[in-house]
Design a protein around this ligand. Sequence first.
Ligand code: SF4
Length: 402
Amino acid sequence: MDTKAFKRSLQHSENYHRKGFGHQAEVTTQLQSEYQSSLIQEIRNNNYTLQRGDVTIYLAQAFGFCWGVERAVAMAYETRKHFPTERIWITNEIIHNPSVNQRMLEMEVGFIPVDGGKKDFSVVNSGDVVILPAFGASVQEMQLLNDNGCKIVDTTCPWVSKVWNTVEKHKKVDYTSIIHGKYKHEETVATSSFAGKYLIVLNMQQAEYVANYILNGGNREEFLAKFSKACSTGFDPDKDLERVGIANQTTMLKSETEEIGKLFERTMMKKYGPTELDKHFQSFNTICDATQERQDAMLELVQQKLDLMIVIGGFNSSNTTQLQQIAVERNIPSYHIDREARILSENRIEHRELNGNLKITENWLPDGEIVVGITSGASTPDIVVEDVIEKILELKATRAII
Ligand code: SF4
């Protein structure tokens, strides 16, 4: 499929909407009342610090809702207002946050059901409204919805679209896109659907394996088995790694994406020589500002002497996991939770580990004076952060009385 031509024709269709519907003012007020927090505002105004009793809270200087997410949520609210009686669906969670997604259900915005790992679009009828979330949707899904005569509201973040344009550029000059991301993540699924030849590497270790294969060759079967779910159909490591371009899932750890880019640049330079580098390697900066700002703020926060860190965000939120990784690498006791209810008691907290497993940790809240670092991923509303802080303050205050 000519994905570029399809996108262009879709954008001219009267069934396709990617701007709001003129209800911004109303929706802004509603979003403020549902998701903003006066406590968080107070902490921001107080140089991102709060001191109560035994507890000092340091809040990261950039955290929570990014503009791409805010824009997507606002467009979803506007869509409901604009189409009050139509059936409305979202191809996936609007963003990776359980409370926002719960609100969508309350507004009778349905999620496309998933059956055996596959989305079941048979529930969608012609004339239904379908929202594409902030991290986008695959070109095949867009085509299917368009063919079905659905009204498409596209909230894809412009930063994500920028990556799609990058892989289109690679495709045009017959380069393989090396995508730093998670092959199962919806954003990477969407990005790879716009790419020609592609290979998805999860981390530096996988990137080094590929770079080594480029320089020294290796076991082809092993390579194909390793990347069986993370490459384009018919991918041939002996032919398709001669010209590569770098792309990324916008929420991966910035420093790692940069290192991977540099690794492939060095690799191609070594293999083909500096004068030929341009014919074998392309890189564009597609790291989203918001992700970068949150990561930089986290790096600053972990310089403080912290007794513990709480990282708040959806369990399938990639950028939240990256924030958690920063704390874990520094051996700071850090708990990734998605809502206040994960704090089961002053002695028990349920949290997600980096490997994705849920774990209950006992005795997580130290006695006496403590300094707690707090941050949240790009899809977490301030109100959720407030709930978590209030809970910690309440537990410590109760303990102090006892
Ligand atoms: S994290 Fe970045 S790419 Fe993702 S929605 Fe927010 S602004 Fe867009």
